[in-house]
Design a protein around this ligand. Structure first.
Ligand SMILES: [Fe+2]
Ligand SMILES: [Fe+2]
Length: 280
């Protein structure tokens, strides 16, 4: 499907607004992934309702708009890495997951101070508002459930219902991980962003509430792992991540578990991290 110039520019502009440092991992810098995502975005924009809703988000709250595009990029890459067959549907749920924020007063969304308890309660209603908006427009159950349940957590600590792990379908679990990472690693009106390696550590600490399978897959997608993780290297050795520099989180300091040798992963990438092997 040929991409029109407007969508190409919109995709580029939105992507450039997000890609500082390593927060999107390395994949977007590969032309084939960039083109694939650009095409996916264009195919979603072919639907007039999706285009209109996404534009409404842009007009209502720039932070939520930027965050939604970010979640679309990262979540679609993760679904692609996991070889899901319904990526277009999931991508639509990712892009519109916070559409219910258009029903929340702008003064609450853009407030510079930490929200009050009453404001938190009001903010939490965006999940139900989003569900109502999308079901009225005839979106699929999968998409509507992603919007309704993206703040639910596997241990029942989320909202709106405190659902248990067994009720949360895979697209919701994937979205929850990417949503938290995006929220932590982008500036919010009332909170500054943390660097990607810190966001990854915070997500690891949420394993239990967040699905460990998707936390692991997401770290592998970014190529950024929390300190303390045990990984398998491409030379087959197992190693523990000790530390990393903020500017080079994909080249951490590691200790080989057999030889006890400590070294930074080399810039020439002759040794890389193959996978995260900690049991959860
Ligand atoms: Fe949300
Ligand atoms: Fe979100």
């Amino acid at each position: 499907m040929p991409i029109n110039e407007d969508d190409r520019r919109l995709f580029l502009k939105n992507t450039l607004g997000l890609d500082h440092g390593y927060r999107l991992g390395g994949k977007l810098h590969q032309p084939s992934y960039y083109s694939w995502l650009e095409q996916l975005f264009h195919s979603l924009m072919q639907d007039d309702t999706t285009r209109r809703l996404f534009q409404q988000l842009a007009d209502w709250d720039r932070y939520t708009y930027r965050h939604s595009f970010d979640v679309f990029l990262l979540g679609s890459l993760l679904a692609h890495q996991l070889a899901w067959s319904n990526i277009r549907e999931v991508a639509c749920g990712l892009l519109l997951h916070d559409i219910g924020k258009t029903a929340i007063p702008r003064s609450v969304l853009t407030k510079q101070e930490t929200p009050t308890l009453a404001e938190w309660k009001l903010l939490q209603t965006h999940a139900r508002h989003g569900y109502d908006i999308l079901t009225t427009q005839g979106y699929s159950d999968t998409i509507a459930s992603m919007v309704y349940s993206h703040h639910e957590r596997s241990d029942g600590s989320g909202y709106p219902y405190g659902m248990s792990a067994s009720s949360l379908k895979d697209p919701i679990r994937l979205l929850a991980v990417v949503d938290v990472y995006s929220a932590l690693s982008l500036d919010r009106p009332y909170l500054s962003a943390v660097p990607p390696h810190q966001a990854v550590s915070m997500i690891r600490d949420e394993v239990g509430p967040l699905d460990p399978q998707y936390v692991r897959a997401f770290c592998e997608l970014l190529g950024i792992f929390p300190a303390g993780a045990t990984v398998q290297l491409t030379n087959d050795a197992s190693a523990i991540i000790l530390d990393m520099e903020e500017a080079l989180p994909t080249l951490p300091l590691v200790r080989d578990n057999q030889t006890n040798e400590t070294f930074y992963l080399p810039i020439d990438q002759t040794i890389q991290i193959h996978q995260w092997i900690d049991p959860f």
